[in-house]
Write a protein that binds this ligand. Sequence first.
Ligand SMILES: C[S@@+](CC[C@H](N)C(=O)[O-])C[C@H]1O[C@@H](n2cnc3c(N)ncnc32)[C@H](O)[C@@H]1O
Length: 205
Amino acid sequence: MKKNKISKNWLRKRKKDKFFIQSKIQGFRSRSAFKLIEMNKEFKFLNSNLSLLDLGASPGGWSQVSRKEIKHGKILAVDIKPMEKIEGVGFIQGDINNSEVSKKILNYFNNKVDIVISDMAANTSGNKELDSFRTGELCLQAMEVAKKILRNEGVFLSKIFMGSIFKEIDKNAKKHFKKVVKYKPLSSKKESKEIYIFCKGILKV
Ligand SMILES: C[S@@+](CC[C@H](N)C(=O)[O-])C[C@H]1O[C@@H](n2cnc3c(N)ncnc32)[C@H](O)[C@@H]1O
């Protein structure tokens, strides 16, 4: 199928998608917002006074949901892409692997953090196996950030795609966290290999 025919089909499907429609009605910047809402219902981890780091935050759906749930705690969003301002959410534009960005994150909180969430995804190349591998690498990089910055009982939640790198992510997560659960929200498209990994409590290794 030609590229513009694929994108026309994609746009047509998206217009009918109930989560896309709801995101417009409820003022969320992305349909992904519903994935976080669902995972919070399941794991109940977004509470009023906590601090949260949102990696790969743009356009901002997860940060909007976090701000609603975390009424008083500090929230910082990071993304390579720009993000329109959300009241009460700090923003750093940059790559999470850049050391200057890491320093800015540490300075912003000036303390350990309660929650690190990552919805980071690599740009799609058309090669599904390569894309899932790259997004898996981003999950491992987010896990490194989480291990450094999280409080002992902190939560790390990240997107992954089922694929060749999945076993490595699972092994790493089980080595470093007390609780590790894989979860596929209903709002995550069935045909997508996307799932999420929820980790809680740092293990001292
Ligand atoms: C699926 S979108 C996130 C959607 C967001 N959770 C929301 O609800 O609006 C994935 C984002 O990851 C970002 N990203 C990918 N690699 C990154 C990196 N190395 N550092 C920071 N952001 C990255 C992309 O720029 C993209 O905006």
